[in-house]
Design a protein around this ligand. Structure first.
Ligand code: ASP
Ligand code: MG
Length: 421
């Protein structure tokens, strides 16, 4: 029997109640099955650990923040485990390791330190869930993903060494009727350091396992019913896309539909592994099936995507109204690529280059370096609005009604707008 891969994100394990809920899902759907479960850090732990790393580099005190993170996990443990359970010892130990790392660390490489620390979110969450499952009789094996997903050393966005990863993961196929539990988002480098695969990377982790294990299917359990044609946080009339092709899903993810991580689909597509996006709340519903429908089904509905927290950088030559050459564009893109920033929209003219990207920690570095050569106009707090498969102008007008449009780009299939928040 082929293995199934399940992925549970931070929201699905955000508290004791939700962890109990996923144990329930396993009891219903996981009976006598080969399953490998990939789990993210609990709730917003990754953000909290990110803050710790930032503070560390600013030479601020981090004890308070670390204790808060520990307390949150201990509160969950208190609801799941009896007093004196080993879990308290395990989790204490992991926090001890964090402190020890900081004490001994000499590296000034932000991304390296980031990966060593932020990865604890997943190490902790999977330990708690694995131990809880054992406690209630769901037998499982906790595996350290760093021994299976092998990467290079591009900390913060490590690249997979597919040859080694494939070799190690396929060993898992030799055992049958086993439930494996492992960490999303993280990997191990050849030099035995922890790496991360990029924010929200746990979906991608699941796909790497699915690919290497030739999984029967992959299911991402979410707090939404599946892939919707618009984000329910911003829109009232949303519809579920029951079936879509890999290609459509890739585009939606790229434009910023947060329901799946852009890198998730490629490994699945290569092996034709169906992907289900289902609700962990209404788990009896079928959700969305993403599969090889390329020429059959397209979302018949326009899809509306809003990507917040963007920054618009406009580059000019320092000399007033000098031409902006291909060489200039290439210089700038090289920098963006070096920091692994994702461009949401790019637009050039004869005198300037506009780039809309995620506003992250590295932007300041980029601006500092590139402003030696270029004049840069910076517009913070913008959002990227995308309508994919727009059907008529009405739906576009409605989408950006009463909004301040800074820039727009409309192709036959897609309309994109940079909007001032
Ligand atoms: N915990 C990581 C993050 O929040 C990975 C994930 O959730 O997929 O980015
Ligand atoms: Mg997460």
């Amino acid at each position: 029997m082929k293995i199934k891969v399940y992925k549970f994100g931070g929201a699905s394990v955000k508290d004791a109640k939700n962890i109990k809920n996923i144990s329930n899902i396993l009891q219903i759907y996981g009976n006598n099955n080969n399953i490998l479960i990939v789990i993210s850090a609990i709730d917003k732990t990754t953000n909290a650990l990110e803050e710790v790393v930032k503070k560390y580099f600013l030479k601020k005190n981090i004890d308070y923040d670390l204790n808060k993170i520990k307390e949150k996990h201990f509160n969950i443990n208190n609801d799941l485990f009896p007093n004196g359970h080993n879990i308290y010892y395990y989790i204490n130990n992991l926090f001890f390791n964090i402190k020890q790392f900081f004490k001994e660390n000499k590296s000034t490489n932000y991304n390296f330190v980031y990966d060593q620390i932020v990865s604890f979110g997943e190490l902790i969450s999977t330990k708690i869930i694995s131990e809880y499952f054992n406690l209630i009789g769901i037998k499982n094996i906790w595996i350290d993903v760093r021994k299976y997903i092998i990467t290079d050393s591009s900390y913060g966005e490590a690249k997979i060494n597919w040859q080694k990863t494939f070799k190690y993961i396929t060993i898992l196929n030799s055992k049958k009727n086993i439930l494996y539990i492992t960490q999303g988002f993280i990997g191990g480098s050849d030099s035995n350091y922890t790496t991360t695969l990029g924010r929200e990377g746990s979906d991608y982790t699941a796909s790497i396992f699915s690919y290497c294990l030739n999984a029967e299917s992959q299911t991402i359990w979410k707090d939404v019913p599946g892939i919707l044609n618009a984000d329910p946080r911003y829109f009232t009339n949303v519809s579920l896309l029951n079936k879509i092709s890999y290609e459509e899903a890739i585009k939606l993810a790229y434009y910023g539909a947060t329901v799946i991580h852009p890198k998730t689909l490629e490994p699945l597509l290569k092996k034709d592994i169906p992907l289900y996006i289902r609700s962990f709340i209404n788990h009896e519903k079928t959700g969305t099936l993403v599969s090889n429908f390329t020429y059959l089904i397209k979302p018949s509905l326009p899809c509306y995507i809003v990507k917040n927290n963007q920054i618009l950088l406009t580059f000019f030559k320092k000399k007033y109204y000098s031409f902006f050459s291909e060489q200039d564009i290439s210089n700038i893109l090289k920098y963006i690529a070096k920091y692994f920033l994702k461009i949401g929209l790019l637009h050039n003219s004869v005198v300037d280059l506009n780039i809309c990207i995620n506003d992250t920690y590295h932007i300041n570095d980029i601006i500092k370096k590139l402003s030696l050569k270029y004049k840069i106009q910076i517009l913070e707090k913008v959002s990227l609005y995308t309508v994919y498969h727009y059907t008529n102008n009405n739906c576009l007008e409605e989408f950006v009604k009463n909004k301040i449009i800074i820039l727009s780009k409309i192709t036959l299939e897609t309309a994109q707008y940079i909007i001032k928040d």
